[in-house]
Ligand binder design. Sequence first.
Ligand SMILES: [Zn+2]
Length: 817
Amino acid sequence: MTPNAWVVAMAGLLHDIGKFRQRARWSERRNHQYHGHQWVCDRILPHLTFLDVQARYQVAQAVLRHHEEGAYERDLRVVRLADGLASGERVRRQEEGVGDPSTELLLPVFSYLVLDGRGLAEADRHPWAYRTAALQVDDSFFPVYRSAARADYPRLWDAFEAAWRGLPDSAPTFHDPEAFTLTWLSLLRVYAWSVPAAAYKDEPDVSLADHLQVTGALAACLWELPDQALDALESDQDLPVALLVGGDVSGIQRFLYTISSAGAAKSLRGRSAYLNLLCDAVADHVRRELQLLPCNVLYSGGGHFYLLAPLSSEERLAGLRTHVTDLLLDFFGGDVSVVLECVELRASDLVPQPGASKSPLGERWADLSSRLRTAKQALLRDVALQASRKVFGPFGVGGRETYCAVCHSEPHQPEGLASRGLTRPVNLQAAEEADRKCSLCESFEDLSRRIARAQYLVVRRVQPRASGQLQWHSVLTALGTELWLNTEEELLQHHRPDDWVVRLNDPRLDPVDGGGQVVPVVGFRFLPNFTPFQDDGAIREMADLAQASDGAPYFATLRMDVDSLGRLFSEGLGGRLSLSRLATLSRSLSTFFEGYLNRICEQLDPDRAHLYLLYSGGDDLLAVGSWDVVLGLARTVREEFRRYVCDNPAVTLSGGTSLHHEKFPLYQAADQAGDLLEAAKAWRRDGREKDALNFWGQPVEWADLEWARGWHDTIRGWLRGGAQVRRAFVFKLARIASLYEARSRELARKGLLTEDQLRRRVRYDRWLWTLVYYLAKESAELQPQLERLRTELVDQDRIRHLGLLARWVELSTRDET
Ligand SMILES: [Zn+2]
């Protein structure tokens, strides 16, 4: 039997689906409850074998009557309250909106964000909207000018219906409420992401997909409240309604970056992807232990998850935290950890305060974030204490040569493994010392390779167990889940009927049809996996990527992330923040990093010879590759991101890129790019901050990068095109730059001058006369352009970036004379 809390959650997930159908069939002049009820009774409920007659009736009634005032049935009241609280309304709105929803478009939530007084003016916000389109891996989910977007709900609805009808009868979707929820959320994400949840008086910037999910999640939480509490909520009293639970799964720096050995470069992607798979698995574990449906996990990505849980879960959560923390400690000895915290949400917390600069929900959100941070710091301290004991403690029996060449752990470490019935042997038979790896490190290399080719993620429920050799999936198995990353061929070979098959990076749910076998797909997700391959199909080595650069044979790393993300969530929408809006905001951001980054890489590197996307998700990315292509990646990601967030100055991106010789260890390079990113975020000038790229150690504004690129291309063109300038010209520019830099340093050391005085003083120094002299000696034909260069360097203060420009040109023309 399906638990009652699940029945109301499903009613919540379905309650407003009629809004989608109503928009597609506007000429029928029926309200959305009618459309929803008819369709759900006709197309959904008859297929769900896990619902008994009573439960079907309850769901159907909730869809039909969720606007009815004074309904006494408990499930109707719960869905009605959940609907109101999800969209941030205590007292239900009554009427359908005026106007014609069949022509209305979803507006980008990004255009409303304001931070520290920065944001779009009303007039600049107005033109943006989303097209009504099914989710594709292209830019069709980017905002466009309203004049370029026309609503086409009939077509979108038809595609949605066809996708539902296309699920084979054998799909777990029809027999398992959890699988149904996953399928339903995936379908909504693909087909209803661009359908506005409500027209009404408010701006339609909340997606129906997110609103339905949040309503379902809240309904499950409200179900356990006593009747008096429901009465009180209906009469607008303030009471606690749910817990907002946050989880943070992270690898201590050591897990990701302090691993040496050239061949080990192949496991970095496996390690970072693992943290995300583990994050999903922990979120899933917590959810299942709390007996909630997948809709209650509001977000999981970038190593964080958030879920809504009933108030009664608090004690159980404490137990779960201990269980998961102990498990990870035994498996990884503190290198991978999880923190789990929660805050109580009151009804009043969910109600936006239009016009206010802050919302109570934003404050709860910030509160949860700070608890997670504190918990993480406490955990790091504990781990550091333990690690120091390890360093000073007696070494194991074997001596250095028995250590894993990648992670340096002794065989069968950490100590807790044995108590779990696991071992971590090091392959000491390997002829090459570099190949003496422990079972875990070997499994990460395997995971890296698998991610590159996987088309499906297969989820299989098993009895929690642990045995054998420690591998990346051991912890997941201990939590009761097996995960497989399969190609289509592998899937067809080893599929079992109860498996949940999730299609990767291709937003479709049609079944896999091969060799007379039909394998149902229950969901869809993104898993960025852009990988450079050699001719023999192996992943290219760093040295190859370095050699494939244009010019000097170096490789580069790039890390980027969204500036002030926590504050954007808690403060960016001011008083307008609601749970549904929060869900729309986080999902929209992750669609860019999880879904679109692969696409950008494909466009920049169609032959898959230069770029390796090690990680992208949540709000950040890590990539490596040929240095010139990595620079192109930084620019393109930034440009595309600006377009994605409607050019809103409140939503910015910073990055750090480093440059390395091919033999430099990748782990250290990736770690350094992280430090460079931090330095870019600390960048400040003329009242602006962040929103910068740390370019080989020097933070620059994005506009300065564009300036440097323009001149880089021009000068390289001169060098290549009939030797209008000689290579010595580049060295002259470098010399001027170093004169300037030396003088700036000297003046700065003396102190006393304000930044402004300093700039003025440096501006008319010796470098300037050297510049004038050098430029004048170049060919007459180039003089007009060189005059422009001189003006920009001097009058626009670009002289600060001349050193970078000279170095850039020097590197990209290294093999030319
Ligand atoms: Zn190892």
